[in-house]
Design a protein around this ligand. Structure first.
Ligand code: NI
Length: 210
């Protein structure tokens, strides 16, 4: 059974003819998306800048091909969850966000190519929610945490390998300009800390064509 599957894969890989990514086609990819912030921020209460952890979630892209080479893509994901802290304190808070991103893309090659490298540029909207100080943060007298939503540009490069008419595998990377203001109270004092996340987002996925 396994041999038959492998043989079918190999056959479909080397058989010629039209593969995919044609004008009018619609496909989606599903896989892992890892957000790696390249963060930096204003000084937080004399403790230095914020540190923000990496996080991996399920990522999905929905792509429509306007021509054989021009695609429009929407990135969606399950909510990312990051730990936030400073060097001296360790983690003090947890925040969640969703970063939907709309891209205009150029796919190299043509509709008969099995390899379709692509680049894209677009816009990212990131909304933060469920922002909470942990016990360390609360014990330090911190409260009322919220992060301002962000609009920014995004750039992208990726590679689709078309296994057959229906299936593909993909790897892609984004750079997203995500800047926010971290607002909280330290005792009675309101703090507004300009913070950039500006993450790299790495995605590994399998795609299916409708
Ligand atoms: Ni930025």
């Amino acid at each position: 059974m396994k041999k038959a599957v492998v043989a079918a894969l190999i056959l479909s890989t080397f058989s010629g003819g039209a593969v995919a990514h044609e004008a009018g086609e619609f496909f989606f990819r599903l896989g892992t998306a890892t957000v790696r912030p390249t963060e930096g921020s204003d000084n937080v209460l004399g403790l230095g800048g914020f540190n923000v952890s990496n996080n991996t979630q399920a990522g999905m892209t929905f792509t429509w091909m306007a021509t054989d080479n021009v695609g429009v893509e929407l990135l969606a994901a399950t909510p990312f969850r990051h730990k936030v802290g400073t060097g001296p304190t360790g983690d003090i808070a947890t925040v969640h966000h969703l970063p939907p991103t709309l891209m205009a893309q150029w796919y190299f090659g043509d509709a008969g190519s099995k390899l379709r490298p692509y680049i894209g540029a677009g816009v990212n909207y990131t909304t933060f929610f469920d922002e909470k100080f942990n016990d360390t943060g609360k014990e330090a007298g911190l409260s009322d945490l919220s992060l301002k939503d962000s609009w920014g540009v995004a750039g992208q490069a990726g590679l689709d390998y078309l296994i057959n008419r229906d299936w593909l595998i993909n790897m892609s990377v984004w750079y997203m300009d995500i800047d926010t203001e971290v607002r909280f109270k330290a005792g009675d004092q309101q703090q507004n800390i300009s913070t950039r996340l500006d993450p790299w987002v790495f995605m590994f996925s399998a795609g299916y064509r409708f």
